[in-house]
Design a protein around this ligand. Sequence first.
Ligand SMILES: [Zn+2]
Length: 168
Amino acid sequence: MATARTDYGENEHSILYAETSGCCPLCSKSILFRKPGSSRLNKGYEVAHIYPLNPTPSQVTALIGRAAPQAINALENVIALCPSCHTKYDKDFKLDEMDKLRKIKDGFLVEARANATVADYKIQEEVYEPPRILRRLQLLRGWSHEEVSEVFARGTRARRAHGVRAPR
Ligand SMILES: [Zn+2]
């Protein structure tokens, strides 16, 4: 029985489109297009299965020894391609092409994980924003460390700060 194709939602489409940076990963053509006479841009890609969804008899032969992914419709096994590359990939299926597409997709996945790590790091940094502002002020105004501490101490420990002023 044939495996049903998944209807990907808006979020999945956003991910699949964004990872290509707007270009077909095989021919680098833009996957945004404008219909003649229209001012609107449309996304002109198709969601292609890297490991074929329902291999044809010739694909089955080509795929001997290659294990199918556990989740054939998972985002890890699909990639946005321009319509002509998608048709060519499916109709003229070659193992080399599948490996190439797999490598491209793995690159996208590594990049996405790296971006997620950077985003996490940025959130952590925001938690520690005050010391960063302090450093920035020092740099901007050319203040010494003592002068900055003094300004910031005025609010919370003004009395004490007065007594322990650092000698110049
Ligand atoms: Zn293409």
